[in-house]
Write a protein that binds this ligand. Sequence first.
Ligand code: SF4
Ligand code: SF4
Length: 123
Amino acid sequence: MSIIPTLLKQLVKKPFTNPFPKKHAPNKVSDVKKINDPIPVPDDFRGKIKYDRAKCIGCRMCVTVCPANAMEYLPKEKKIKHHVLRCIMCAECVDVCPVKALSSSKEFLLAETDKKSPNLIEK
Ligand code: SF4
Ligand code: SF4
């Protein structure tokens, strides 16, 4: 079966992706007719890690297991700091945490204009 007809159709179709993260879209964008919603993710999706500071007992298991060095131990507070920009969302820390202080969320639209945004450093 030839792929030529499919290719020709794609050439005249508009892209489905958004030109920038939806949450940063201005209210009025004259050259963007429609902002596409993200597709729903499955229940077992591994998105941004959520940290429940109150539950954390400071055992450092997540720091030890993290392959991306995204977990930093805060010795004074005996808590952790999660560097979202380093995280590869493997969920190893979620599996190892003995008190379920970490969980995978469905959040994946993580683009920010400020790398020091609280959305990118959780503690
Ligand atoms: S999800 Fe993986 S990369 Fe991200 S903090 Fe946990 S162990 Fe590290
Ligand atoms: S594994 Fe859980 S309890 Fe231990 S330091 Fe990490 S978040 Fe806290």
